[in-house]
Design a binder for this molecule. Structure first.
Ligand SMILES: [Zn+2]
Length: 106
């Protein structure tokens, strides 16, 4: 958050990748930045009324990292999780479990 405005880093990569992964394993189609559809990616981002350009900028950063496939030119996007994104998710959720698990800290 900067000057009261949301930034890319305020949007959870984990939430976005989890959303895309659940669609991937559910055999559902790509997601889009366009709002109001059942495959709208902004619902995973956790903020109401996100500006479209911020949604696309977040997806652009994930595409450039190779975690997600798709396009950020302004077309519908066709976002899908990539093998690197699934790996990222596995590492992140395994770490999260360890951090929160009292048994692991003994
Ligand atoms: Zn495009």
């Amino acid at each position: 958050m900067k000057n009261g405005r949301l930034q890319i880093k305020d949007i959870s990569t984990l939430a976005v990748l989890q959303h895309l992964y659940s669609r991937h394993i559910g055999g559902m189609c790509w997601s889009t930045w366009c709002k109001g559809s059942d495959n709208s990616i902004d619902v995973a981002m956790g903020f109401p009324d996100l500006p479209d350009n911020l949604v696309r900028a977040k997806m652009k950063s994930l595409i450039q990292k190779g975690l997600v496939s798709g396009c950020y030119c302004g077309c519908r996007g066709d976002y899908e999780i990539q093998p690197d994104g699934i790996e990222w998710l596995k590492k992140e959720t395994a770490l999260g479990r360890n951090k929160n698990c009292i048994e692991d800290q003994k």
